[in-house]
Design a protein around this ligand. Structure first.
Ligand code: 5GP
Ligand code: MG
Ligand code: MG
Length: 187
């Protein structure tokens, strides 16, 4: 799927595919260097992290295990509900494992701070976060995102895993939607 297929739904491309791919390779290089000799478990947060997880995992040189969690934090709209619930838990026991949470975006940070305390209570050897995108709100929280792709403005973004009402995840770039898609209020 590319820009043409979106027609008038797309407002603009915020991060082109080539920039995403370059950044993911750069993050993988840092992660490879930091986890030398360690058995790394990547924990992707469904569904938004699917694209970064797939690209990051392939860009790593060291072998890594992959597991997934699904939590609910947003409904089908664009505002955080503030409620976090496990929809799918890990298949793996993470005690004494080196765990790296892989997330699509940190906005309010509600989801991640909940996830971090939940996973920390399971006794991993280490627990760090890699997030592709970070919004301005997130900077105000005390969440320590060790590996960050891009700081972006406070706009609702779609693509490269990120959805609006479950659509647009399959875009290879990150963009913003035209106001008419939300119902014309420009939210
Ligand atoms: P937070 O708890 O940090 O506010 O965000 C939780 C989740 O909401 C993110 O992991 C992501 O799935 C979703 N989210 C936050 N901001 C955006 C955005 O701009 N676009 C999309 N599509 N999802 C977002
Ligand atoms: Mg997410
Ligand atoms: Mg979503």
């Amino acid at each position: 799927m590319d820009e043409k297929d979106l027609g008038a739904d797309l407002a603009k491309v915020l991060i082109p595919e080539s920039d995403l791919q370059a950044k993911v390779r750069q993050l993988a290089g840092q992660i490879d260097a930091d986890y030398v000799g360690k058995d790394l478990l990547l924990v992707g947060v469904l569904k938004g992290a699917v694209m970064i997880m797939a690209d990051l995992a392939r860009a790593l040189h060291a072998p890594a295990s992959m597991d997934w969690m699904a939590v609910s934090s947003y409904g089908s709209g664009t505002k955080s509900s503030g409620v976090v619930r496990i929809l799918k838990d890990l298949d793996t026991d993470i005690i004494d494992r080196h765990v790296l949470i892989v997330e699509d975006i940190v906005d309010s940070g509600l989801t991640l701070s909940w996830l971090v305390s939940n996973l920390r209570s399971r006794g991993p050897a280490s627990l760090e976060i890699c997030a592709l995108l970070r919004k301005p709100e997130a900077v105000k929280t005390d969440i320590d995102v060790k590996y960050i792709g891009f700081d972006i403005p406070n706009e609702f973004v779609i693509g490269y895993g990120l959805d609006y009402a479950e659509k647009y995840r399959n875009l290879p770039f990150v963009g913003t939607l035209a106001p008419h898609v939300y119902g014309g209020d420009g939210a």
